[in-house]
Design a protein around this ligand. Structure first.
Ligand SMILES: Nc1ncnc2c1ncn2[C@@H]1O[C@H](COP(=O)(O)OP(=O)(O)OP(=O)(O)O)[C@@H](O)[C@H]1O
Ligand SMILES: [Mg+2]
Length: 147
C-alpha cells in the first residue's frame, strides 16, 4: 500500500457576492502561500491561473462562495464552491468560446469563454459538478513529483 499522503496546509478564502474589485486577490494570496511552502514553481504558476479564472467566475456568475487551498506532499488542490444559478450544460461551459458574460463584463475584457478551458489546460485534473439554482463545485488537482 502506498504511504498515505500528508496534508501540509489548508486555507479557506471566503468570496462575498458582487465583489468584482476584489476579485483576483485570492490568486495572489494562493501564489504567495505556495511559494512560502516551497511548492514547485510550475505548480505555483498553474494554480495561480486556475485560481484567478475560478474566482472571476464566482464573482461574475454566483452569489458568493469560497475557495479552499489544500497542499499535500503529493498534490495541490483548489476547491471552488458557490451558491448561485449553477451551470445548466457543463459540456457547453467547457467549450472554448462559450460565454454568457453580460455586456458590462465584456466591456471590462471578460467573456472570451476561455476561463474554464484554461482551468482544464492548466490543471492535471478538473472536476465540475453543478446543481441548477443551487451552485457549482469545481475541484482542480495539481500533482507534485514525489521526493
Ligand atoms: N460559477 C459559475 N456559476 C454559474 N455559471 C458559470 C460559473 N462559471 C462559469 N459559468 C458559465 O460558464 C461559462 C463559461 O465560463 P468561462 O470562464 O469559460 O468563460 P467566461 O467567464 O464567459 O469568459 P472568460 O473567463 O474568458 O472571461 C460562463 O459564461 C457562464 O455561463
Ligand atoms: Mg470566466
Amino acid at each position: 500500500m502506498p504511504p498515505k499522503e500528508k496534508l501540509l496546509h489548508r486555507r479557506v478564502f471566503i468570496l462575498l457576492p458582487g465583489n468584482l474589485e476584489q476579485a483576483g486577490s485570492v490568486s495572489g494570496d494562493v501564489r504567495r502561500e505556495l511559494v512560502a511552502l516551497g511548492v514547485e514553481q510550475d505548480i505555483v504558476r498553474r494554480a495561480g491561473v486556475v485560481c484567478f479564472e475560478g474566482e472571476m467566475n464566482i464573482a461574475m456568475y454566483s452569489e458568493g462562495g469560497r475557495i479552499i487551498l489544500l497542499v499535500a506532499d503529493d498534490r495541490v488542490e483548489l476547491l471552488f464552491s458557490d451558491r448561485g444559478p449553477g451551470i445548466p450544460d457543463i459540456e457547453l461551459a467547457r467549450t472554448p468560446g462559450y460565454s454568457t458574460a453580460p455586456d458590462w463584463a465584456r466591456e471590462l475584457g471578460f467573456g472570451a469563454g476561455m476561463g474554464i478551458p484554461n482551468m482544464e489546460h492548466q490543471s492535471d485534473r478538473l472536476e465540475i459538478r453543478s446543481r441548477l439554482e443551487g451552485g457549482t463545485v469545481i475541484r482542480a488537482v495539481f500533482r507534485r513529483g514525489r521526493g
